[in-house]
Design a protein around this ligand. Sequence first.
Ligand SMILES: [Mg+2]
Length: 123
Amino acid sequence: MEKGILLVVDDSEMARNFHTNILLAHGFRVITAEDGADALEKMYQHESIGMIITDINMPNMDGYTFIEKIREDDAFEELPIIIVSTEDEAKDKQHGFDVGANVYIVKPTEPEELVENIRLLLG
Ligand SMILES: [Mg+2]
């Protein structure tokens, strides 16, 4: 089955590679972006992005703003979005859900938790 492309957004190259390697090992196709602005551009360059996995704290455009902009577009109303962030307070998670994230995972990411949530969101 076509799984679509997962977009991994993180300003840390180490975090991007870590998450990308987990996903590649599970047979997903991945593209990456370095911040929210870069990610927003890539959303409109690649039509088959099926899910976003994004950091929050990033230069240029943070994850909250990126998600807000994605959800403003009717085409992306149902697109699954996972936040992966070091911010672990309830207010951060609430902010994430308020802007439209489906899942909030606190770093350091447990590979099983990430993959399990992706599978749940893909149905
Ligand atoms: Mg960051």
